[in-house]
Design a protein around this ligand. Structure first.
Ligand code: ZN
Length: 162
């Protein structure tokens, strides 16, 4: 399992819903957890490791959760700006505005429906990961001026990726 980098097309695709739950999916998730720990991440979407499925893992309150087929609903219009990085855009740190509180509806690794209300950092992590599953990266959420500042970094990453 290797991390896909900015420039690789799978990061730009909308992930397909997970329809089958079972041993195969559990193996994938175990591999993803190992990978996330290795690279010291707090979240990892399946398309970041080359898998076209709507699944992500996230470390929330020291525990790693698995979410499939996620849907997000903002719980207020209140937002917060904070610096974010991304394993697929290494070395790039940018200020991103996110909703402060969200409701996450998803299915767990067994296919059970779950619903969580998240706030602050946890809300930020799941918004970042759901973006991934929609083909959206942090660099899409910054201003053209901010983007100009990191153009050469992005070109280097893209060069590494292709
Ligand atoms: Zn990311």
């Amino acid at each position: 399992m290797s991390i896909k980098l900015y420039g690789e097309s799978i990061l730009r695709e909308k992930a397909k819903p997970v329809a089958e739950f079972g041993a195969e999916l559990e193996i994938i998730v175990e591999d993803m957890k190992t990978k996330m720990v290795d690279v010291n991440g707090v979240g990892l979407a399946a398309n970041q490791v080359g898998l076209d499925i709507a699944l992500f893992i996230a470390k929330l309150d020291e525990e790693v959760y698995v979410f499939t087929n996620p849907e997000l609903v903002p719980l207020s219009t209140e937002s917060h700006i904070s610096e974010e990085g991304c394993l697929s855009v290494p070395g790039v740190w940018v200020d991103i505005e996110r909703y402060l509180k969200v409701r996450l509806r998803a299915q767990d690794i067994k296919g059970n429906h779950v619903e969580l209300e998240l706030e602050g950092f946890a809300a930020r992590v799941v918004q970042h990961e759901v973006d991934h599953l929609n083909g959206v990266l942090i660099i899409d959420r910054i201003s053209p001026e901010e983007r100009r500042k990191i153009v050469s970094q992005l070109e280097k990453i893209q060069h590494q990726a292709l």
